[in-house]
Design a binder for this molecule. Structure first.
Ligand SMILES: [Zn+2]
Length: 377
């Protein structure tokens, strides 16, 4: 800490405690695996919530540059303070941190009074990366645009990126060898490390049996393939019998008990499906989870996304006759599907290909809001 000089403004770098602890274990020969890229995403999240980052180590610029060059990662989080107060704080730290071998590495956890004096400079904290992960350059040797576009979209979901970057999926995986999460993790690490050009080899290897590399493929089909693979590696075996629940909350709680993956946490929503018997007007309501919505395109010209969503939830006549449990007879009936619960991330497929009454592609455009979508209740 001697590099700080009085009268100058100094920059200190924050690194998450978890990463530093792994680094120390590795350096001391207690674990064989190197710590991987520096992971400050939890600190970034705390800053976004306007909280002072907890459980951090403070390092000087030299050490930050050394570790970052060696391991990559980020984002870079700094704070600036007048040199005088930093020097005082560091003098205090020197007194109590003499057990540490590296004098440029100062443990803040456990030394609450000192930590608060260091970190009581919230207004000076800066996260030097953008608020979201930027798209990265993904190689496309043949027809991989359908895969790359899905991967770029997934990389824009902070919660998913953080979950993978921090390796949290590893402790949730209950089924031995997993392939889908490590394959996606390869892309996340390339993104976090801002690699210049990246080829998602593991993803390509996984998809080759299903999607021929010499043909164009459907992006939504690939996304479903990837997300299904990821959820299957984490979720518990599903109950053998379908259970009907009387209300949406108990049905939802039951679903969440078996479906633990981050994919489900982010993408799963809930339908409310109501069937009405035209004979006795009895209504039967069931609740079902969904991971995406397949919306109709309602105009040959231009439609709004809201209108597609509304059309999706319109009441429709059931083509086959309905066996009513109330009036114990075969009747005509109507069905109305509504969204009971929206997911955090809504995955929408627009149904551009119509098969009934005739096979055709619908060329109409769909307008959708980019900034804020206020969903009609
Ligand atoms: Zn009936």
């Amino acid at each position: 800490m001697n590099s700080y000089q009085r009268g100058r403004s100094c920059v200190t770098y924050a690194i998450s405690e978890t990463w530093i602890e792994n680094y120390e274990l590795y350096i001391n020969g207690k674990i064989r695996e190197p710590p991987g890229p520096i992971n400050n995403h939890s600190l970034k999240e705390q800053l976004k919530k306007r909280e002072v980052p907890k459980n951090t180590y403070a390092v000087n610029e030299l050490l930050w540059k050394f570790l970052h060059k060696l391991y990559g990662g980020g984002p870079e989080i700094t704070y600036t303070e007048k040199a005088e107060s930093i020097t005082n704080t560091m003098n205090e730290l020197d007194k109590i941190s003499d057990t540490h071998t590296n004098d440029t590495l100062t443990r803040s956890t456990g030394y609450d009074s000192v930590r608060s004096s260091i970190l009581d400079v919230q207004k000076n904290f800066r996260c030097n990366a953008d608020d979201f992960i930027k798209p990265i350059r993904l190689s496309n040797p043949s027809f991989y645009c359908y895969q790359n576009s899905c991967l770029q979209a997934l990389l824009s979901i902070n919660q998913l990126v953080d979950h993978v970057a921090e390796g949290k999926y590893k402790s949730l995986a209950s089924k031995g060898t997993i392939k889908f999460w490590p394959a996606f993790a390869e892309v996340v690490h390339a993104s976090v490390n801002r690699e210049a050009l990246f080829s998602p080899k593991k993803i390509k290897k996984l998809s080759v049996g299903r999607f021929s590399p010499s043909e164009q493929q459907d992006a939504h089909e690939f996304l479903t393939f990837l997300l299904s693979g990821m959820q299957d590696e984490i979720n518990l075996p599903q109950p053998p019998k379908r259970i009907e629940f009387k209300n949406s909350s108990t049905s939802w709680a039951f679903y969440k008990r078996y479906n633990l993956s981050m994919v489900n946490q982010l993408f799963a929503g809930q339908f409310n499906s109501k069937v009405t018997c035209k004979g006795c007007h009895n209504e039967t309501v069931t609740f079902d989870p969904f991971l995406d919505l397949q919306l109709p395109i309602i105009s040959e010209k231009t439609a709004k996304l809201d209108d597609c969503l509304e059309a999706f939830q319109l009441e429709e006549e059931i083509i086959d006759l309905y066996q009513c449990q109330k009036c114990k007879s075969t009747q005509k009936a109507t069905k109305k599907l509504e969204i009971e619960r929206y997911p955090k991330i809504l995955n929408i497929q627009l149904k551009r290909f119509q098969t009934y009454p005739k096979k055709q592609k619908i060329l109409g455009m769909v307008e959708f809001p980019i900034q804020e979508w206020k969903i009609k209740p």
